[in-house]
Design a protein around this ligand. Structure first.
Ligand code: SAH
Length: 211
């Protein structure tokens, strides 16, 4: 099967699984996932599976990327904060849908590799930094949308606070088993919905020390 045929098969599967947002589907179609996976897993780039990247991290399953992106309800003029750059794949998807992505990764070397890929793909509407996502990005807050792609034991308070009015935060919450939770900031507080059971790598505190 050609790569193009595999990609079409994946898009059909995402539709069958309930991804209906055409902007999200178009972004998945346009962003070459093969540019974000390790060479050993190239043949699986368009399988609906999470794959290992460096430092024991993962590039998320395409369905989960599509589901969380759809749940985020991203508009073209929005400023989006992403925690957990990883391979940069989700960053590239978001960059197609919003005005600018601010992305934070705790492994400096993962971030460097992700930025190389994004440069090659000519993705320019993002700003990246190595840091601890638990603190958010106060200098750039508020954000209309925040997405976290690592699992937190509970919703980090700083991220809640950095949401703009009517803002949406999508985050996997839990320890071994997690649920994608969507939090909306309303006039009076926050509304929380559990959307999907998932398994993510943990959101860890602090910047990673690398050899
Ligand atoms: N969105 C990524 C998924 C990467 S996996 C992709 O599409 O490839 C989750 C990432 O979150 C890992 O790279 C991990 O190092 C990072 N991470 C975990 N805790 C973090 C924290 N507190 N701040 C920033 N990044 C964090």
């Amino acid at each position: 099967m050609t790569e193009e045929a595999r990609k079409i098969r994946l898009l059909m599967e995402l539709r069958r699984l309930g991804i209906t947002d055409t902007r999200v589907l178009a972004a998945i179609e346009r962003v070459p996932r093969e540019a974000f996976v390790l060479p050993t897993f190239l043949d699986q780039a368009y399988e609906n599976v999470a794959l290992p990247i460096e430092h024991g991290q993962t590039i998320s399953q395409p369905y989960v990327v599509a589901f969380m992106t759809q749940a985020l309800e991203v508009g073209p003029r929005m400023k989006v904060l992403e925690i957990g750059t990883g391979s940069g794949y989700q960053t590239a998807i978001l960059a197609r849908l919003c005005r600018r992505v601010y992305t934070i990764e705790r492994f400096p070397s993962l971030l460097k590799h992700a930025e190389e890929r994004l440069r090659e793909l000519r993705v320019t509407n993002y700003t990246a930094r190595a840091g601890d996502g638990y603190r958010g990005w106060p200098e750039q807050a508020p954000f209309e949308r925040i997405i976290v792609t690592a699992a937190a034991p509970k919703v980090p308070e700083a991220l809640r606070e950095q949401l703009a009015p009517d803002g949406i935060l999508v985050i996997p919450v839990g320890e071994l088993e997690q649920d994608v939770v969507r939090i909306r900031r309303t006039a009076t507080g926050f509304e929380e919905e559990k959307l999907l059971p998932v398994r993510f790598v943990p959101m860890l505190p602090g910047v990673a020390k690398e050899a």
